[in-house]
Design a protein around this ligand. Structure first.
Ligand SMILES: Nc1ncnc2c1ncn2[C@@H]1O[C@H](COP(=O)(O)OP(=O)(O)OP(=O)(O)O)[C@@H](O)[C@H]1O
Length: 298
C-alpha cells in the first residue's frame, strides 16, 4: 500500500537546532490527517522536506508513493505552507485566473472554487484589502484549482475568526468526504484538530510522540466524573477503578460501554447520582500525557 505521506527516520538540523530528530510516520490516503505539536516541533520542516523545498540531513520521505520533490507527484498535490503572498493590486478572481493560466489550464472553474472557499462576494476586490483569513482562503482556492488528490496545509485556520474557522472546517470535511481529497494539515490548535481530523501524529521537539485515530487516542484518557452520595459507596463499587476528585466527586476509569451498567449498579445500591460527565477525552489531555507540557500547544 502506498501512503499519502511517509517519513522514514528523517532528521533535519539547522546548525545546532534539531528541527526533526529521527521522525518516522505514515499518513494514509483518504480522510484528514493532522500533524500537531507546539511551536518549533518540526511540523513546517516536515512539510518543506516532503515538498522538496528543504533537504533532510538524513532519512527519506515519500509523497503519494513518490520520492520528495518528484514532479509527477507534486502535480497531484496542492499545498499552502506559508503565509500566502499575492500581487496586491489584483482581484481575487484575477489572481486565480493568472495562476490557472500559469499552470496551463484551459477552463479553470474559478467561480466554483471562489464559492467553495467563501470568497464569491469578495471576488472582484483587490487582494491588498484582504484580511489574513481571506488570503488563507484565496490560497486554498489556488491550491484547489488543479483538483489535487492531496492537500497539504500548514495552519489553515490561522488569522481566521470563529465563523471563518467553522467554514474552513466544513470545507475541509467536504473535500475529504465528498471530493475524496486527502488532507494533511499541521496545527497547534488541538481543539480544532480534534474537531476536523480522523488521525493525528503528535510531534514534540522533532520526534513523534504519539500517532493514531483521534477517537482511539482520546478514549484512552477519558474518565467518567461522578458527583454522587454516599461517596464511600461509589468508591467501594469501583474498587481500583475509582479515585476521589474533590467536591464530592469520583473519577471512574470505565469505558463508554461500561458506563450504563455502572450507573445502574450504583443506583440499585442506593447511591444518589447528581451528575455524570466525561472528562479528559480531548487532544490536549492526550498531548499533556505524551509530552508533559500542554501549555505550548494551545
Ligand atoms: N531555516 C531555518 N533556519 C534555522 N532554524 C530553523 C529553520 N527552519 C526551522 N528552524 C528551526 O527548527 C525548529 C522547527 O521549526 P518548524 O518551523 O519546523 O516548527 P513548527 O512545528 O512548524 O513550528 P510553528 O508551529 O511555530 O510553525 C525550530 O526550532 C525552528 O526555529
Amino acid at each position: 500500500m502506498s501512503y499519502a505521506l511517509e517519513a522514514a527516520t528523517v532528521s533535519k538540523a539547522f546548525g545546532t537546532v534539531k528541527a526533526l530528530d529521527g521522525l518516522s510516520l505514515k499518513a494514509p490516503r483518504g480522510g484528514i490527517y493532522g500533524v500537531l505539536g507546539p511551536n518549533g516541533a518540526g511540523k513546517s520542516t516536515l512539510f518543506r522536506i516532503v515538498l522538496g523545498l528543504v533537504r533532510p540531513t538524513s532519512g527519506e520521505t515519500r509523497l503519494l508513493g513518490a520520492p520528495a520533490g518528484d514532479i509527477g507527484a507534486l502535480r497531484r498535490i496542492g499545498a499552502v505552507i506559508e503565509t500566502p503572498r499575492f500581487l496586491p493590486w489584483l482581484t481575487a478572481r484575477d489572481t486565480l485566473r493568472m495562476l490557472a493560466r500559469a499552470s496551463g489550464q484551459e477552463a479553470p472553474e474559478i467561480d466554483r472554487w471562489l464559492a467553495r472557499v467563501g470568497l464569491t462576494e469578495a471576488a472582484d476586490r483587490k487582494v491588498h484589502g484582504f484580511s489574513v483569513g481571506m488570503k488563507q482562503r484565496l490560497a486554498l482556492a489556488a491550491a484547489l484549482l488543479t483538483q489535487p488528490e492531496l492537500l497539504i496545509l500548514d495552519e489553515p485556520t490561522s488569522g481566521m475568526d470563529p465563523a471563518g474557522i467553522l467554514e474552513m472546517r466544513t470545507l475541509m470535511r467536504e473535500l475529504a468526504d465528498k471530493d475524496g481529497v486527502t488532507i494533511i494539515l499541521a496545527s497547534h490548535q488541538l481543539d480544532e484538530v480534534q474537531r476536523v481530523c480522523d488521525r493525528v501524529a503528535i510531534l514534540d521537539r522533532g520526534k513523534l510522540v504519539g500517532e493514531g485515530g483521534v477517537d482511539q487516542l482520546t478514549a484512552v484518557h477519558e474518565r467518567l466524573r461522578l458527583t454522587a452520595a454516599p461517596i464511600a459507596k461509589v468508591l467501594e463499587t469501583l474498587g481500583e477503578r475509582g479515585a476521589p476528585d474533590g467536591d464530592g466527586a469520583v473519577l471512574a476509569t470505565v469505558t463508554r460501554a461500561e458506563a450504563p451498567g455502572l450507573i445502574r449498579a450504583l443506583a440499585t445500591s442506593g447511591v444518589d447520582i447528581v451528575e455524570a460527565r466525561w472528562i479528559g477525552g480531548d487532544l490536549e489531555t492526550v498531548f499533556l500525557n505524551l509530552t508533559g507540557d500542554a501549555a505550548d500547544a494551545r
